[in-house]
Ligand binder design. Structure first.
Ligand SMILES: *[C@@H]1O[C@H](CO)[C@@H](O)[C@H](O)[C@H]1NC(C)=O
Ligand SMILES: *[C@@H]1O[C@H](CO)[C@@H](O)[C@H](O)[C@H]1NC(C)=O
Ligand SMILES: *[C@@H]1O[C@H](CO)[C@@H](O)[C@H](O)[C@H]1NC(C)=O
Ligand SMILES: *[C@@H]1O[C@H](CO)[C@@H](O)[C@H](O)[C@H]1NC(C)=O
Ligand SMILES: *[C@@H]1O[C@H](CO)[C@@H](O)[C@H](O)[C@H]1NC(C)=O
Ligand SMILES: *[C@@H]1O[C@H](CO)[C@@H](O)[C@H](O)[C@H]1NC(C)=O
Ligand SMILES: *[C@@H]1O[C@H](CO)[C@@H](O)[C@H](O)[C@H]1NC(C)=O
Ligand SMILES: [Zn+2]
Length: 319
């Protein structure tokens, strides 16, 4: 069932497609084309002012009571994983966007979910998430990419429209754990990596094995950060409503390690293990990150106040 990807399935991950006679367009590691250079070599949008990822500084996050729960349709359906592909810059799972939908969470409408892909470092001890929280980088980050229903599943159309709400990406941090039995679905997912070692390979054997929910098990979906940003690969289009969940998914160290030790990309005639496939954090430029209204934790002021009230009332009675 392994076939070569002749054309790109999703525009998001296309620009890295290379052949012998076309120059390398962008990359993660070479000084001539790494993300420091993107604002110059892919200047249409990568030099913009609403770029992703960002470092989320929790002290500056503003509360927004409108950030309600999501309605995630098809996340419990195991018939939604169409294929898993080595798209050179990442591993991509293509999803059935008629079955998987994201709405709620203050998103302006219904979004059809197209695919998810991952960013990683070099094993669970060398981090590779794109977003950071107070300067902390996690081992990996999962991105679930959805497009507004008005584009009928056509991501290119959303990009062409330069619609700042065209895409909604759900970002999940991944952290290492020793509790292997809790991450059976990650065992299954990462077992397919040996079938897609080389750039351009894909397999659809993954059907009817895994649900999206099983990969993000244990994460409270009502606790997240929200901000306006971009794709994190060229052309870095500023069309993404970002949701970054606060709680990480806990995945066995061994399964995290499989990414940086199994999948390769082509660098000229050489095949190189894919590591550190993340973009560095970008300036906020005045953007505000929001989150749910937090319930005050220990709440000493109000309890002190009620003690005082009780004391006052008691003394009144005494008087
Ligand atoms: C980014 O580059 C584009 C195309 O070269 C240019 O039109 C635009 O003014 C630049 N934007 C900024 C903020 O430098
Ligand atoms: C929440 O939604 C209401 C109604 O759409 C809007 O008026 C208000 O500005 C929103 N609040 C924030 C903090 O965005
Ligand atoms: C969630 O979405 C599904 C499918 O779009 C819809 O049928 C259902 O009514 C929604 N549920 C809520 C609570 O909004
Ligand atoms: C990744 O880690 C392995 C094992 O520690 C090491 O051999 C390799 O050089 C590292 N790769 C990069 C690109 O740093
Ligand atoms: C998707 O949108 C692009 C850009 O608007 C358009 O060129 C293309 O034909 C559309 N594809 C489909 C399958 O409708
Ligand atoms: C994990 O599952 C295996 C078999 O499914 C079992 O033998 C093992 O004891 C379990 N480990 C833990 C820590 O529960
Ligand atoms: C997939 O879902 C179907 C329907 O819920 C179920 O019968 C089947 O056992 C599931 N397959 C796996 C491998 O979990
Ligand atoms: Zn991504």
């Amino acid at each position: 069932m392994i076939v070569l990807l002749v054309t790109c399935l999703v525009a998001l991950l296309c620009p890295i497609v290379r052949s012998a006679d076309t120059p390398l367009v962008w990359c993660y590691h070479k000084p001539a084309c790494n993300f420091i250079t993107w604002p110059k070599i892919a200047s249409q949008y990568c030099n913009g002012s609403q770029q992703s990822p960002i470092n989320i500084m929790t002290a500056s996050v503003q509360q927004n009571p409108n950030l309600t729960a999501f309605n995630l349709t098809g996340f419990d359906d195991n018939s939604t994983f169409m294929s898993i592909a080595n798209a050179a810059d990442s591993v991509v799972v293509n999803l059935d966007d008629e079955k998987i939908k994201v709405q709620g969470g203050n998103l302006p409408g219904v979004y059809n979910t197209k695919q998810f892909h991952l960013h990683w470092g070099n094993g669970s001890s060398s981090p590779g998430s794109e977003h950071m929280v107070d300067g902390k980088q996690y081992p990996m980050e999962l991105h679930i990419v959805s497009v507004h229903s008005k584009y009928n599943g056509n991501v290119s159309a959303a990009l062409a429209a330069k619609d700042s709400t065209g895409l909604a990406v759900l970002g999940f941090f991944i952290e290492g754990t020793n509790e292997v039995n809790k991450t059976k679905s990650w065992d299954i997912l990462t077992s397919y990596l040996t079938n897609i070692r080389n750039s351009g390979e894909q397999t659809s054997d993954i059907m009817n094995q895994i649900t999206l929910n099983s990969l993000i098990e244990g994460v409270d979906r009502t606790k997240y950060y929200r901000y306006q940003g971009s794709l994190t690969t060229p052309d870095c289009n500023e069309v993404v409503i970002w949701t970054v969940f606060k709680e990480p998914v806990r995945v066995s160290h061994d399964f995290i390690n499989r990414f940086s030790t199994t999948v390769f990309f082509k660098d000229g005639s050489a095949s190189v293990l894919n590591t550190y496939n993340f973009r560095g954090v970008q300036p906020l430029n005045g953007r505000v990150v929001t989150s749910q209204v937090t319930v005050p934790s220990a709440a000493p002021p109000s309890s002190t106040l009620s003690v005082i009230t009780v004391l006052l009332l008691s003394s009144l009675y005494l008087l």
